[in-house]
Design a protein around this ligand. Structure first.
Ligand SMILES: [Fe+2]
Ligand SMILES: [Fe+2]
Length: 288
């Protein structure tokens, strides 16, 4: 069943691309000279994207007291960084074909990804040196490589999920046997490269199953946050990402974070209320 890496890579040469407007927006947001007006002008070219972003901005997740009617206003209230993660969120749900494999539910996958994104933002908010929006995007995209495998190498994907189910192991453990030379974390990082996402974000996606090997502190923190969020979501059955193992907290990730054991109950409370407000993200993911 071992698969030659090259044949998979060949299939994956045409990774889905972000809509051009989003690419321009991301680079504008990263440039210190751009204003809310510059971003607004670009966004006006894509009313559908604006509509989606405003839907998320006005959702219970942000709990804003008054209705926000424009991207300019969203930037003023929520900041560039949040609008950036919203532009990515509003695009990513449309980029992959809908459910193909019966053993792997897209609904559950997006539930897992959105859950991880929200928990990551919450944890990122309290960890020094972490941009919570970057943590959100890492959480949202960390397993995106699985969708690439599903779409471009469906036979291998089915073999991974079936093996994981049969042996009651994680997707990652099963793909080590089926794919041998690559994995969803690395493929997810390729997607991030294709989309020209920030280097730390790409490295965190690449290392979300290998926190212990990361030396760069900001990347290690992002990867550890994602790992922790993954554990929480799996433990609480928030969606599913093709794992059939008993969830375990990665000791390397735990040691990297500053969370104290006695802070956990309060944190879980905050996580619960955060997760209860993610409907708008989820219905957007499922409306494809
Ligand atoms: Fe993963
Ligand atoms: Fe995951």
């Amino acid at each position: 069943m071992a698969k030659d890496l090259r044949s998979i890579v060949r299939k994956i040469t045409e990774l889905p691309t972000l809509p051009q407007v989003v690419t321009v927006i991301l680079s504008l947001i990263d440039s210190p000279d751009s204003s809310a007006e510059d971003i607004n002008k670009v966004m006006e070219k894509d009313p559908a994207l604006v509509g989606k972003i405003l839907k998320l901005v006005n959702s219970a997740y942000y709990g804003l007291p008054n209705k926000v009617n424009s991207v300019r206003q969203s930037i003023v209230i929520l900041g560039f960084s949040t609008v950036k993660s919203l532009a990515i969120s509003a695009s990513v749900f449309d980029m992959f074909d809908s459910n193909r494999s019966r053993a792997f539910s897209r609904e559950a996958f997006w539930g897992h990804s959105i859950g991880c994104a929200c928990v990551s933002r919450l944890v990122g908010h309290r960890e020094a040196g972490v941009d919570e929006e970057t943590a959100f995007v890492v959480g949202l995209l960390h397993d995106i490589g699985k969708l690439v495998i599903d779409q471009y190498a469906p036979a291998e994907f089915d073999a991974i999920v079936n093996l994981a189910q049969e042996k009651q192991i994680s997707f990652h453990e099963a793909e080590k046997i089926v794919l041998v030379e690559t994995n969803h974390a690395e493929i997810g990082a390729w997607v991030g490269e294709q989309w020209a996402l920030a280097p730390d974000l790409i490295s965190a996606i690449r290392n979300h199953h290998s926190v212990g090997t990361v030396e760069d502190r900001p990347v290690k923190l992002l990867a550890a946050i994602c790992r922790f969020a993954n554990f929480i979501c799996q433990k609480r059955n928030v969606g599913s990402s093709g794992n059939f193992n008993v969830p375990q907290l990665d000791p390397e990730a735990w040691a990297t974070l500053s969370i104290k054991k006695d802070e956990l109950p309060k944190m879980i409370e905050a996580i619960n209320s955060e997760l209860a407000r993610t409907d708008a993200f989820f219905s957007m993911a499922m409306s494809k």
